[in-house]
Design a protein around this ligand. Structure first.
Ligand SMILES: Cc1cc2nc3c(=O)[nH]c(=O)nc-3n(C[C@H](O)[C@H](O)[C@H](O)COP(=O)(O)OP(=O)(O)OC[C@H]3O[C@@H](n4cnc5c(N)ncnc54)[C@H](O)[C@@H]3O)c2cc1C
Length: 458
């Protein structure tokens, strides 16, 4: 094999960068990983930063590509649906799918990243921790890093991947030559931010609330969610507007926090003994969508994962999408010669951009759905019908299932078909009044006709 294009720098050893480096090594390249933070296997650096995540089929497919899906599965907890908590503490389970074997998985960010680090090191990939990239030349592949002692180190690669997340330094370098590149960039913040809290294990070391679901406390304009962890705790995330009566800006003192939780989340509060301390100490972080293009920011540089397309977390797809980038890239690479990076990057961005845009839009839609629509009677009837159809008919998939469980269907097709299906089902429910009044075979035929009309095969 020729050495042309063999030396690859992956900037950012988060979830996407680590997986990417592993795949590149398996394909015969010589990747080197650079990470600004310390090694999370020996330092605790996760506090307040999405401690656990929902891993679903697209992410598992990517882990499968590098031979790690089984290992990852050993550290997951299945979540079969949304367990909805109303203000009186009544619970209602809303399954994710009508198929009993479709579920999503709660996984620790740190544990998953550690599995990737272990595998990367076992393959002989160097991981340079505490190395912050401070500048890059997208055309020459020259990179400058600063270590913890402020020493500067230079590195030159045949290809550079900017896998350095939403605040990407590699992307900033592209913005500096934005007119030359005609580099488009947009960042849209939500009016809401988030804060992580927790529910500890019970005194007899068990889960305090059901562990096989993603808990949601939907409250129309805001919400709280909870995902289980292997140590029987829950990571709780509170999504609130910054301003207004129920906004972070107005919930500051212990009395405010207590009053607020007693009013909106009375069933959760007794399970949160560290609520006041965590609320005060854990950061309030912002949420937003980043879109940019081109992702090939120079002859030798490609943005990937959140650096190219950061999305809001409400479809549980950011990591899954970043992992799927690697699957798509892998496929693209098969069409080109080894190390033909210019053409590989060009083809990748053309194929992938529409799908990244689609999941960004779907994730924004789902924020409204999770905090507001899940409690709406028409929406609840629609879900009931979807569950019935999925349970009985192999060929039907709801929008949620298209996105989450149909890993071979591009996000853009899932969006197009999913939205059209939603529109049809909601219209029928409104006409007939309830899911039970709808002729199953007739609606199934209409759904299949819709698929044919949109020219989508799944
Ligand atoms: C609250 C919240 C909940 C979420 N929940 C889910 C979920 O349930 N399911 C899901 O699929 N996704 C979820 N996501 C999204 C997911 O976290 C991201 O999409 C995913 O982490 C993207 O991976 P990445 O590797 O591209 O970026 P990151 O994970 O951000 O990794 C980037 C890495 O680059 C490093 N880095 C940054 N700058 C530099 C530099 N200058 N030099 C060297 N290294 C650098 C960082 O330290 C980091 O390790 C959630 C996100 C949030 C905020």
């Amino acid at each position: 094999m020729s050495n042309k294009g063999k030396n690859v720098a992956v900037v950012g050893a988060g979830l996407c960068g680590s997986l990417l480096a592993l795949r590149l090594k398996q394909l015969g390249y010589k990747p080197v990983l650079f990470e600004k933070r310390p090694d999370m296997r020996s330092a605790d650096i996760s506090a307040g930063r999405s401690i656990n995540l929902a891993l679903s089929n697209r992410g598992l497919k990517a882990l499968d590509l590098v031979g790690l899906s089984e290992k990852a599965r050993t550290i997951t907890l299945p979540m079969k649906g949304r367990l909805l908590h109303d203000r009186e503490g009544n619970l209602r389970m809303s399954p994710y799918s009508g198929r009993p074997n479709d579920y999503i998985n709660s996984i620790s960010r740190g544990d998953l990243n550690s599995i990737l680090y272990d595998a990367a090191e076992a393959e002989g990939i160097p991981i340079h921790f505490n190395m912050s990239c401070i500048s890059s030349d997208p055309d020459s592949g020259e990179l400058k890093f600063q270590d913890h002692s402020k020493n500067i180190q230079n590195f030159k690669a045949d290809a550079v991947f900017g896998a350095d997340g939403a605040g990407s330094v590699i992307r900033q370098a592209a913005m500096k030559k934005s007119s030359l590149l005609r580099f488009n960039f947009s960042q849209q913040y939500l009016t809401h931010g988030y804060k992580e809290l927790s529910i500890p294990a019970s005194e007899n070391h068990d889960f305090r609330i059901a562990s096989d679901a993603l808990h949601i406390w939907p409250r129309k304009t805001f919400m709280m969610i909870g995902l289980p962890n292997l140590d029987k705790t829950f990571t709780i995330t509170l999504f609130l507007p910054y301003t207004g009566e129920d906004g972070f800006d107005n919930i500051r003192t212990d009395a405010d926090i207590t009053r607020y939780f007693q009013k909106w989340f009375p069933d959760a509060m007794p399970h949160m003994p560290k609520l006041l301390e965590e609320y005060r100490t854990n950061p309030t972080s912002s949420l937003g969508t980043i879109r940019c293009y081109p992702w090939k920011t120079g002859a030798k540089t490609l943005l990937i994962g959140d650096a190219a397309h950061a999305i809001v977390p409400f479809y549980g797809q950011g990591m899954n999408c970043a992992f799927e980038d690697v699957v798509v890239l892998d496929k693209v690479m098969k069409n080109f010669e080894f190390g033909d990076w210019g053409n590989i990057f060009e083809a990748f961005q053309i194929i992938r951009k529409k799908d990244a845009d689609a999941i960004a839009d779907l994730a924004l839609d789902n924020f409204i759905e999770m905090r507001d629509k899940v409690d709406d009677p028409v929406f609840a009837e629609k879900r009931k019908l979807e569950m019935k159809l999925e349970n009985k008919y192999q060929d039907y998939y709801s929008k949620y299932s298209l996105v989450t469980f149909k890993e071979d269907l591009p996000y853009s097709a899932a969006l197009k078909l999913g939205r059209a299906q939603d529109e049809l089902l909601l219209q029928k429910i409104k006409e007939k009044g309830s899911a039970d009044q709808i002729d199953e075979l007739k609606i199934l035929q209409e759904l299949m006709d819709l698929r044919t009309k949109l020219e989508i095969s799944i």
